[in-house]
Design a binder for this molecule. Sequence first.
Ligand code: NAI
Length: 335
Amino acid sequence: MKIAVFSSKPSTETFLNRANKAHGHELCFLEARLTPETVSLADGFGAVCIFVNDMANKAILRRLKELGVSIIALRCAGYNNVDLKAAHELGLCVCRVPAYSPYAVAEHTVGLMLALNRKIHRAHARVRESNFSLEGLLGFDMHGRTVGIVGTGKIGAITAGILKGFGMELLAYDPNENPDIVAMGGKYVPLPKLFERSDIVSLHCPLLPSTYHLINGAAVAQMKDGVMLVNTSRGALIDTVCAIEGLKSGKIGYLGLDVYEEEADLFFEDLSNEVIQDDIFARLLTFPNVIVTGHQAYYTETALNNISDTTLGNVTAYEKDKTCANSVFLDKVKG
Ligand code: NAI
């Protein structure tokens, strides 16, 4: 099938081309994000392949349908950027990659914890300037400390397993308890108890209306003084203004973020020659005890291979059977 690949980066092209050897689709790589201005680029294509910041609202989907597109292949797990109701009404198939490597995200999460604790980002900068002083670089043993995992699905459970290997005590909160957590010695507790008792709080639940700003001023107040907070899930789980207040007062001792609530205007682009207009984000970058990465937790070779193979497999299955196991509608029906 002819596929227009929007928001394409060099790595998108490399991995999709590699996976396409087994599928034989005709791929056209477009740097542009899918927007009302760029939708006409899909003219003549049967499929569009899109990513997290591409727009697929009702008007764009209608236009895609007019242009001859029949399948929207998301090369990510989330589909909050697609108007599913409109897609359904238009008879467009929407498919996604439900899981590509929970290990990638869990390992990045632990990487942020280690870097924050042992101040590796600052140590690296110092040594490059021949400053070998250790003052200000004091860390703590994670062994024997308590980590609170919020959301114990695939990524949360793998993170918990790695940290259990470090000898940490495990607390967890999730409306759906995962027996693997209990089997590894973890204890489910109510959220306020988790906040109160954890040295490190790590977020792994989805962004839902009920989890929007889960970490607000009241939640921060319940946490231990000097707590480490890590979010590799979705930016809007944290009210960033409250996190900044927590950092200023010292209540939050360390903050590690791979996601940010207003990231759509920043992440995935090289803005190094521009002036950042987001003052809240700019303030975050001034703290010595904050590390921000630009939504890169998923970005491993394993994950990109899996994403590419599943994405193209979804299009192949649709071309053959006019349906696909990773269709978002099927997912919803299955619950
Ligand atoms: P999952 O669906 O396996 O697990 C999510 C868990 O959160 C489930 O067990 C669910 O019961 C739980 N949950 C739902 N509401 C909750 C609440 N109010 N409080 C606590 N837990 C709640 O999802 P998975 O694969 O583990 O992914 C977790 C999150 O990681 C995703 O929602 C996504 O936002 C994020 N993610 C981030 C990536 C990155 O590159 N930074 C890449 C992939 C996913």
